[in-house]
Design a protein around this ligand. Structure first.
Ligand SMILES: [Fe+2]
Length: 486
């Protein structure tokens, strides 16, 4: 797509209009009589996700009271929706909250597509998306990532900015919603008052979060992937501490699958861990650090990933042919200590799993493994090694991998200085708990360059600026730091 066109899409969505309206000639072709297409309105935006080189999942939601209905998806090569490459009639109904989702294959690698949904009486905003590069491609990539977007604690200004970037993929690293209510406190712009615990309340939560036009714009213009962390279900849950009921867990997982543009594994509906090849430049490993974590008989952390996922991850990292191995990771893998010991809910509390993964990288000599992490509500960069204690006595040892934590979109974090954190944690390269925002990662065969970006979340469409840049040359497992502002 021409640059100006994407800006038009973003601009229209961001100022609160109904998105880029379908051209009138197109609107008149609405097929109210087509079998399987019912009445209803598209009031929750559009989205695309789970890209491969040849397929994408398209999403929208039909607001209708009918138990059974449907809408028509149209995918085209141009924003005028003239060069149509696929049409699908997609069923929906109240049983799945009116959500519409369709996987479309046989698309061309690294190609831009536009899509629209039509019902009997409405046409959705036009979405824009792109497939991933061919498996043999060394195409440079641009990826955005963030986590922790408490609706009550700020506006989604980081998403408005990210929607204006030329990104190949956007990765949500968890806490896309907060199941817990957050009554409006002084200094917080919005209220989010109820605790989600069943289908109805989780669905209402996603609808509320998706009502923010920044988040909606991001989904409208970029393909996304998502991994869930704890707050998509309940704070800090494991298999038995605390114990959300099976009904609550199932409801939370099911609604996340309904509302996010993700492909669903038919044999194991709630399995979200998987590898996404992005040409030869990168392999992206999506993890699930909630569903399979276990504690021992004394309620002490035991296994973070479960045996099957752990073996899959180590195998995948060892066999990957891509230059960069990017691990989309819910919770801190560096054993950060704020003064009370490593944080129990993170990899720091699951020392055996941590040593198994990093030890496997060290024994096999695997370079260019990068963890991108959510959860902690701060910006951080950490050098990783299986025995982090040895870094305390000899900080100059070579690192095994690097961890980048791209702040929180809005959720409040601990207020500490970098000097305080580094005094206890010599493996920490950067720490900033004052800003909110997101991270931009540019990858090519020679370098991985990560920029941290801070946004004004106190007002809708607040400004965004880059404040740090980190360059990691391929093969080095080290970063150089450049302060840009702030
Ligand atoms: Fe969070």
């Amino acid at each position: 797509m021409k640059r100006s066109t994407r800006r038009e899409l973003i601009g229209t969505a961001a100022v609160g209009a109904a998105g880029l309206a379908a051209p009138p000639a197109f609107g008149r072709r609405v097929l109210s009589s087509r079998a399987g297409v019912g009445p209803g309105n598209f009031v929750d935006g559009v989205a695309s996700g789970d890209p491969t080189a040849h397929a994408l999942t398209f999403w929208s939601r039909l607001s209708t009271q009918r138990p059974r209905s449907g809408a028509r998806l149209i995918v085209a090569r141009d924003e005028g929706m003239r060069h149509v490459v696929a049409t699908r009639v997609v069923p929906t109904g109240t049983a799945i909250n009116g959500t519409l989702k369709k996987r479309v294959g046989r698309l061309k690698p690294y190609t831009e597509y536009f899509y629209v949904w039509e019902s009997g009486n409405d046409v959705s905003d036009i979405g824009r998306t792109r497939t991933l590069p061919d498996p043999l491609s060394t195409q440079p990539l641009n990826i955005g990532f963030s986590s922790c977007q408490s609706y009550a604690q700020g506006y989604y200004s980081p998403h408005v900015h990210a929607a204006g970037e030329d990104l190949d993929l956007y990765v949500f690293l968890g806490d896309y919603i907060y199941a817990e209510g957050n009554p409006q406190r002084p200094g917080e712009p919005r209220a989010d008052v109820w605790n989600a615990h069943d289908l109805r309340s989780y669905r209402a939560k996603y609808k509320l979060y998706r009502s923010d036009l920044g988040l909606r714009s991001l989904h409208q213009v970029h393909p996304t992937v998502h991994i869930w962390d704890d707050h998509e279900v309940e704070n800090d849950y494991t298999d038995n501490h605390p114990a959300p009921s099976p009904l609550q867990r199932t409801s939370a997982y099911r609604v996340a699958l309904e509302w996010l543009p993700r492909w669903v594994n038919r044999r194991d509906r709630f399995k979200i861990y998987k590898r996404i090849p992005i040409g030869r430049t990168a392999d992206l490993f999506l993890l699930d650090e909630r569903q399979y974590r276990t504690v021992d008989e004394n309620n002490k952390p035991f296994r973070l990933l479960g045996d099957q996922q752990l073996a899959w991850l180590i195998n995948g990292l060892q066999s990957s042919q891509a230059t960069w191995k990017i691990v989309a990771n819910q919770v801190l893998i560096a054993p950060i200590d704020y003064g009370t010991g490593p944080l129990v809910d993170t990899w720091g509390g699951y020392e055996a799993t941590r040593a198994q993964v990093l030890g496997a990288l060290e024994r096999a000599g695997i370079d260019n493994v990068v963890f991108i992490t959510g959860d902690a509500h701060v910006f951080m960069v950490n050098r990783l090694i299986s025995n982090e204690e040895s870094l305390r006595s000899n900080p100059n040892q070579p690192a095994t991998a690097i961890e980048y934590m791209g702040g929180s979109v809005t959720s409040a974090g601990p207020q500490r200085t970098e000097a305080q954190v580094q005094a206890r944690n010599p493996f920490n390269v950067e720490f900033n708990s004052y800003f909110h925002g997101y991270a931009h990662m540019a990858l090519d065969p020679a370098n991985l360059v990560t920029e941290y970006r801070a946004s004004d979340i106190t007002q809708q469409y607040g400004g965004t600026f880059a404040f740090e840049r980190f360059t990691q040359p391929a093969g080095a497992n080290e970063v150089s730091r450049e302060q840009l502002r702030g």
